[in-house]
Design a protein around this ligand. Structure first.
Ligand SMILES: C[S@@+](CC[C@H](N)C(=O)[O-])C[C@H]1O[C@@H](n2cnc3c(N)ncnc32)[C@H](O)[C@@H]1O
Length: 436
């Protein structure tokens, strides 16, 4: 290894350790951008290191339990993130070389004021990992917390739970929604590798450019939206001339769908910056909606919308392939707490639905407290609503995400339309109708 590679390699490991440290203390992972690393290869390496450590977090926990008998030292600065990155390289990125993995992890620790006194410990632990690299028992179920795996098994069965756990290793694909009547140009100048999922939804088989550099971005011909996230708005049916209230709307994937379907859309969002982003997204797409910066639970008005959609804030466990850290940041008790706010929001949303109108509720959660249970409790509180079960026709004949009660329960490991591969985000949606 040349001195130059070594210095650059160390800078990448140090930055990766600092970024991973933030995530270990509860922050979401924000990928490195051009401002962090001008050199694209260094940037890609830093992102790959942190992402691998996060996707493999549960398995690395098990390895750490074995090689650090007394546990991870406390108040030890970059010790924990650096040793995690070292293990991630040794076991899961062998092409980067064992020597680099070990040496650069230990150097990162040596040069950190708080961690340096543990450099020998790190060295011994990483050598131990290296010696036994072939024999660590790396189980798929360890990719998610034990309590969450037990929940998934109870709810979805062991086979699906294992498949879902394995999917934390996958880089999620990029799905685009094209405006009504627009078809992607399928050639080298346009989208050479794109596959249809459902009407208007396409999957990019290869992502070679950043989103803003993809064809026709500036023309506003399409927006990014994972397949399962498009399902709730599809339940509304034709919207020409209908009044639609989109609650918890930013960044606006569903707002765009409603505008595209011809709805007269009012979108509500509590966070100013996110509302601004929503407006920018609509402007690029040349869509128009009335935007309100407001708290859904504090809105005035009653019975004036044909369709109300509530995309409630939730644990977001369904997005774990994009954000593997959600699996480790969540606690089981969180679900019940969030469910209280979701119920309050649902009650507020219900007031705005006109007679015979629809209320669509959705979350990107895999947890029943934020999905099925929420709706069953809502129907107990609100006799003026009934469940309008989702039919395969509502989803253009795709029945895989519809459960026996007529809820949309999209699991990441679902069989996709048109034989597409690559999974989807976890999502729940229910459609209710106001009957009195
Ligand atoms: C799951 S995201 C919505 C995604 C969006 N519907 C889409 O399709 O792009 C939830 C949003 O709800 C917003 N939110 C959270 N609490 C809210 C409240 N009390 N009132 C209004 N918006 C809220 C959050 O700021 C966040 O933007």
């Amino acid at each position: 290894m040349s001195a130059k590679t070594n210095t650059a390699g160390l800078a990448v490991r140090r930055a990766a350790a600092q970024r991973l440290q933030l995530v270990l203390t509860g922050a979401p992972f924000i990928p490195f951008g051009a401002a962090d690393f001008e050199d694209g290869r260094e940037r890609a390496l830093a992102n790959r290191l942190v992402t691998t450590a996060l996707r493999r977090h549960g398995q690395i926990n098990k390895v750490l339990d074995k090689v650090l008998e007394k546990g991870t030292p406390k108040r030890a600065g970059l010790f924990e993130p650096a040793i995690r990155l070292g293990i991630a390289q040794l076991l899961f990125l062998p092409e980067l070389g064992d020597h680099a993995a070990l040496h650069l992890a230990v150097e990162t620790i040596k040069r950190d004021r708080r961690a340096s006194r543990f450099a020998k410990l790190a060295n011994a632990a990483l050598r131990n990992v290296q010696r036994q690299a072939e024999s660590w028992p790396l189980r798929a179920q360890d990719l998610v917390p034990d309590w969450m795996f037990a929940r998934w098994t109870k709810r979805y069965g062991e086979t699906q739970a294992l498949r879902m756990a394995e999917m934390v290793l996958d880089q999620p694909p990029l799905d685009l929604v094209f405006k009504k009547g627009v078809l992607p140009e399928q050639d080298e100048a346009g989208f050479a590798h794109i596959a249809p999922l459902l009407p208007q939804s396409y999957r990019l088989a290869e992502r070679e450019a950043s989103v803003a550099d993809l064809p026709a971005y500036e023309d506003g011909q399409w927006w990014v939206q994972d397949l399962s996230s498009t399902l709730p708005a599809r339940l509304a049916g034709p919207l020409e001339g209908k009044k639609v209230l989109d609650l918890c709307a930013a960044p606006g994937g569903k707002t765009a769908q409603f505008c595209d379907l011809g709805g007269l859309v009012t979108a509500v969002e509590i966070e100013k910056d996110r509302l601004k982003r929503l407006q920018e997204n609509l402007t690029r797409l040349n869509f128009h909606a009335k935007l309100l910066e407001a708290d859904v639970t504090q809105l005035d008005g009653a019975g004036e919308f044909d369709v109300v959609l509530l995309d409630a804030p939730c644990s977001a466990t369904g997005t774990y392939r994009r954000h593997p850290e959600v699996l480790w940041h969540r606690k089981e008790r969180d679900f019940a707490q969030r469910a209280g706010l979701q119920a309050e929001m649902l009650d507020a949303a219900a007031k705005r639905v006109a007679k015979d109108g629809q209320l669509i509720y959705c979350t990107c959660s895999l947890e029943p407290e934020e999905g099925e249970n929420q709706i069953e409790q809502f129907l107990d509180r609100h006799q003026e609503f009934v469940l309008a079960p989702v039919q395969a026709d509502d989803l253009h004949g795709w029945s895989a995400p519809i459960d026996v009660k007529g809820y949309v329960r999209a699991l990441p490991c679902l069989e996709l339309p048109n034989g597409c591969t690559g999974g989807t985000d976890g999502f729940f949606a229910a459609r209710l109708q106001r009957v009195a």
